[in-house]
Design a protein around this ligand. Structure first.
Ligand code: ARG
Ligand code: ZN
Length: 887
């Protein structure tokens, strides 16, 4: 049943300590749980209700004596506990079946090893418990298992004892020195090996860092270890936060629902975010590993030391920790241009994934008000928009020239946050209050109640800007008006607090003004005086707030910004607007055939100047020369025909490929390098640009009939010294529909047949390839019969099914509805195996109401078909019910 934020009540009991003993066995693991508990004196005396799921209960003892209990739904209810506030001991003995746990929540096996995933509510699948984040306890864990099958036995905290037992078994005892909520519990058992590193912190303390993987993967752990060391150093330097444990472990598993998990002292990761070497991982993989390792490490303070009072507060730890990992990656990319590239990439994710979520049936505030299944709220809204809301708080504690970005003020706020709340489970209100209280004179403090609407209102605000210039007085006025469309359950929105970073550029390209304006009213007008001529406004620099900016820029203005803006984000944005305006114009002219859509020379010349620019760096050029994604374009339209968007984008890409042929050749030759591989931002930028150039040259070859460049791509594919270049060459052949693609794909599979993460790429590339006459769906179905395909492994299921349904709109949205029928079959099939993965896939049709007919009706029918299944999980049910709701 639906849970409401407003219903929060303190727990009726506290758990002071937990003593767990596991006898690990894949078919039947025995769990003995001894808890020291007491009543919460603030709550009226009542029965104890413990959560449990898919457990076999065999014994319950209170202070060593048998006791009466009953089951109500999935809860274990104890009504006859001792009265008064004294501590009592509750002992519960259960068994569970890790090998049958295909949901990958709780204790499960992957390969021959045991892993856990307890966030959000997986601990109740291990033992009966008060499985909520505000119950923080001290844990002692004894693990027992067969020594030869499970030589490594890990849990949170410190290893205090280990030894052998009878029958070839052994044990390990772990004690976590910190209190924690149950969602941070973890254990791992199996045949694993570790890369180890000893470090000394600033404070002079010694720590042991370990990265555990399967034997054979050790040569792919160096980058994760480097990222972990960099994370430790960064959190000390930027926030004064040190590692608080003697030992910090990361373990990789190939079966994992999400990215990774910040269990205290024992982070468990999807292997995708740990394993990398130059032969198997791309630059993107290296970058993702750096940020996910950082993210989970930073949770140790923002999440673990201070945790969430209830799951509605999820953004308290996730929004803040994403903000921290984004800042970490930007700080590691030392050059200013690389910082900007990271910012552009983060904004691109926000706009292509979060904006649609905020405009669709699953829209929710970063602090949601209700949920049926909390796992559905680990969203880009809670994470990425949450991070933007934290970033705005930093911006709004800036105190002038001495702290223009607000970093110092924000640091003071963080210090106060830890001073007040270390060791407790708190709310988003507690966080914003601490940041504001530490900066009493800031804009944030002045506007706090209104600012907090970012936590309570869903939807992306739209800021409309209109400029007018009065030549006689030399005055430019800019009127900014905000609005926000209704979202489910929120018909009317109050004005937000929107920090808008502004600049004015004069005709000769120099900057004549710059300021930070905080928009609080529905409409405000700014005036700038003393101007010779009408300036071009550069609005929302650095994407200073998560809003949609409407300004009727002319081509001349956009070209001026693209050439002269000092803000790299808006420089990139100007190029995107130039492209978007053209794409929109072509899409909307219903009678216009794709063959007649001609890019104008002005746009082509602008792109040529960017590509040939002597000062811009390669990574920026790659971003600027990439057309807005199909998903982003779709969001700008009221009625969406995904195939037409796809056709238009392909056509324009082909023209850019052909018109700039000589420039792409130059770019390819000038940027490709043969030196040793390094994953740093400069050389990865060069690889990104050569990759784009090669793809463009292969696309141009398709039109011209040239065979030279596809041949070069094949050669490069064969000779490449790293996965980035190899994969880009392969992708260039596949996307351009080259005849050489098939043999390259075959060769790629043969080369990497034992590297699961590379085989995921192989599947994803084919399922995400350009549709030619409806050929992708049959390819996808064929791929699912491949011996390497498995529905049970989330990475593999995602590599085929999600790459098609969520990442390939031109192929998925078919007029014959076959894509939707396939989708509904797979949602239903996956739901029986793993509801979390199924519910994610169910989100692929979130925006069905915008589709043009006949897709719209067909999509609704497919969703209704899923919704009609009687025994759907809460996860999938919540998604499809919301999708069908009239709200
Ligand atoms: N806290 C983890 C992270 O952001 C995500 C775990 C989510 N897992 C889940 N099943 N909902 O790093
Ligand atoms: Zn997180």
């Amino acid at each position: 049943s639906v849970i409401h934020r407003s219903d929060y009540q303190e727990p009726a009991f506290w758990i002071d300590s937990v003593d767990l003993c596991f006898d690990l066995d894949p078919a039947k693991t025995r769990v003995l749980n001894k808890m020291k508990m007491r009543r919460n004196p603030h709550v009226v005396p009542q029965a104890l209700r413990l959560d449990g799921e898919e457990l076999n209960l065999s014994r319950v003892l209170v202070n060593g004596q048998g006791t009466s209990f009953k089951m109500e739904d999935s809860q274990l209810v104890l009504e006859n506990l001792p009265a008064g506030n004294d501590v009592f001991e509750l002992e519960i003995f259960t068994t569970c079946a890790p090998a049958k746990n295909t949901k990958l929540s709780g204790l499960y096996t992957s390969g021959d090893s045991f892993y856990t995933q307890c966030e959000a509510e997986g601990f109740r699948r291990i033992t009966y418990f008060l499985d909520r984040p505000d119950v923080m306890a001290s844990y002692t864990v004894l693990l027992r298992a067969d020594k030869s099958k499970y030589p490594v036995l890990l849990s949170n905290g410190n290893l205090v004892e280990q030894g052998t037992l009878d029958d070839g078994r052994h044990f390990a005892k772990w004690v976590d020195p910190f209190k924690k909520p149950s969602y941070l519990f973890a254990l791992v058992a199996g045949q694993l090996v570790a890369r180890e590193q000893r470090i000394t912190s600033r404070a002079g303390k010694e720590h042991l860092l370990q990265v555990y993987v399967r034997p054979g993967d050790l040569d792919k752990t160096e980058h994760a270890m480097n990222s972990l060391m960099a994370s430790v150093a960064w959190d000390e330097a930027r926030f004064g936060l040190s590692l608080d444990l003697e030992r910090f472990m990361i373990v990789a598993t190939s079966d994992f629902n999400m990215g990774a998990m910040e269990n205290k002292g024992l982070n468990i990761f999807n292997s995708k975010y740990v394993l990398a070497n130059q032969a198997t991982a791309t630059d993107t993989d290296f970058g993702n590993i750096e940020s996910v390792v950082g993210h989970e490490y930073f949770h140790n303070w923002t999440g673990n030391r201070i945790t969430c009072r209830d799951w509605f507060q999820l953004s308290l730890k996730e929004g803040l920790t994403v903000f921290r990992d984004q800042e970490f990656s930007m700080d590691l990319a030392s050059e200013a241009s690389a910082r900007a590239v990271k910012r552009i990439e983060d904004v691109r994710v926000l706009r292509t994934a979060q904006f649609p979520e905020d405009a669709g049936p699953m829209a929710h505030p970063i602090r949601p008000d209700q949920y049926l299944e909390i796992n559905n709220f680990y969203t880009v809204t809670v994470y990425e928009k949450g991070a933007e809301v934290v970033r705005m708080q930093q911006t709004m504690v800036a105190s002038g020239p001495s702290d223009p970005l607000g970093r110092e003020g924000f640091r003071k706020g963080m210090d106060l946050y830890f001073q007040r709340h270390d060791g407790s489970a708190v709310t988003c209100d507690d966080f914003t209050q601490a940041i504001a209280d530490a900066n009493p004179d800031s804009k944030l403090a002045q506007l706090l109640p209104q600012f907090k609407r970012w936590y309570s209102q869903a939807g992306t605000p739209r800021v409309k800007a209109v400029g007018s210039f009065d030549g006689a007085s030399g005055t430019y006025s800019l009127t900014l008006s905000q609005s926000c469309a209704p979202t489910p359950g929120q018909a009317v929105k109050e004005p937000f607090v929107i920090p808008i970073s502004l600049g004015l550029i004069s005709a000769d390209g120099s900057e004549v003004a710059s300021s930070m304006h905080v928009l609080t009213q529905e409409s405000e007008t700014l005036t700038f005086t003393g101007l010779q001529a009408e300036p071009v406004p550069s609005i929302l620099r650095g994407f200073s707030a998560p809003v949609i900016l409407d300004f009727a820029y002319t081509d001349e203005q956009l070209l001026a910004l693209l050439e002269h803006d000092t803000d790299p984000f808006n420089r990139w944005e100007a190029g995107q607007r130039l492209a978007l305006n053209r794409m929109m114009a072509f899409i909307s002219q219903d009678a216009l055939a794709v063959a007649d859509m001609k890019l104008d020379a002005r746009y082509i010349e602008a792109m040529r100047s960017v590509l040939r620019h002597p000062k811009l760096d390669a990574a920026f050029k790659e971003l600027a020369l990439t057309l807005p994604s199909e998903t982003y374009v779709a969001e700008q339209l009221d009625v969406v025909d995904p195939q037409r968007i796809h056709a238009v984008r392909e056509a324009l890409r082909a023209q850019l490929a052909t018109a700039l042929h000589a420039d792409w050749e130059w770019a390819f030759e000038a940027h490709h390098e043969n030196g040793a591989y390094k994953p740093d931002s400069l050389s990865s930028g060069r690889r990104a640009l050569t990759g784009l150039a090669l793809a463009m040259l292969c696309i141009a070859a398709r039109t011209s009939g040239d065979t030279v460049w596809p041949g070069k791509a094949l050669q490069r594919f064969k000779d490449a010294g790293n996965m980035t270049d190899r994969f880009n060459a392969l992708a260039a052949l596949v996307t351009s529909g080259s005849d050489l693609a098939a043999q390259a794909l075959q060769r790629f599979h043969a080369m990497f047949k034992d590297e699961a993460l590379v085989i995921d790429k192989w599947f994803a590339l084919q399922a995400g390839a350009t549709d030619r006459g409806g050929n992708i769906l049959p390819i996808v179905k064929q791929l699912m019969t491949h011996p390497d395909f498995s529905m049970r492994n989330p990475n593999r299921a995602r590599s085929v099914i999600f790459s098609y349904c969520s990442a390939n709109p031109g192929a998925f949205h078919r007029a014959d509805a076959a894509g939707y029928v396939f989708w509904s079959d797979k949602v239903i099939e996956l739901d029986a195996i793993n509801p979390q993965v199924a519910a994610r896939l169910a989100r692929a049709l979130d925006r069905w109401k915008k589709l043009a007919e006949p897709m719209r009706s067909a999509a609704r029918e497919a969703i209704a078909r899923v919704a009609a299944k009687p025994d759907l999980s809460n996860d999938t049910r919540e998604v499809v019910t919301r999708a069908l709701s009239e709200d």
